[in-house]
Design a protein around this ligand. Sequence first.
Ligand code: UTP
Length: 299
Amino acid sequence: MDDVKGMQIRTAVLPVAGLGTRFLPATKAQPKEMLPIVDKPLVQYAVEEVAASGIPMVIFVTGRGKEAIENHFDVSFELEHQLAGRGKEDLRSLVRSIAGLLKVSYVRQQQARGLGDAILTAQGLVGNEPFAVVLSDDVVDASTPCLRQMMEVYARYGRSVVAIQRVDRRRASNYGIIRGILEPDRHGDGRVFRIQDMVEKPSPAKAPSNLAIIGRYILTPGIFHELAATRPGAGGEVQLTDAMRRLLKREPIYGYEFEGRRFDAGDKLGFLKATVELALKRPDLGSEFRKYLKSLDLS
Ligand code: UTP
């Protein structure tokens, strides 16, 4: 267990094999992760966060019908050739830059058996070292990338770290909720909790706190052993939260209340909020879009 302390985070696992049922019919024939916020697919926001955090490699856990994601991060000679032929050099280099963001590998999850099962599928590529997990539904807008902030906590403690956010208790049943003890300030900046327990999607009455786990994790490789031993739980899926509960019996796990704004883009309302707020921040669109929003009669 202690031998992973001090190891660099070299890999981020991006599970993208889910069915995306909340976004049907848009996701009938295209992956949810390719839905664009303004002009960039969700999954590209995630990959850019990984790259900006200094992690050199991404492992996508893909599944049936997710080929568009592989194509998006590959070189597209045909498209580049056509753009160059039309003198659109800026678009050509934009398209090329996506393929060069970082080193990418793919592994397939045969059936959507849950997030826990998706992560276990990546074990062979990750190996015996700590790694990050990023769920691209959660788009985080932050001046220091969320994952980077978490890596600093990992560097301090050498243990698994999950990103947490305070939520309205009435919405607890949408999340994994932790029970934790705030680390003394000189260690944890008032943002780090040592987790005592966690529960997946509790009713508001049973929620142990309002501290919800969101889609960013740094996990020690011990999680693989626990995932392999975890039976399907809620919804017949292997739940990552169940495996982390098991890991908690062997190792400490920390919750980190990150700095930044998170959008649940896997949900329709969250997706709309992300679209509006990120569009308003765009230098090329923001001021026109603001004018347009102000012109709407919202009474
Ligand atoms: P979600 O539960 O948010 O995604 O899983 P989903 O199942 O695709 O969407 P809904 O709930 O039906 O609308 C979080 C992440 O885990 C991946 C998803 O692709 C998403 O990025 N995932 C989920 C897998 O890779 N495999 C699974 O079996 C389940």
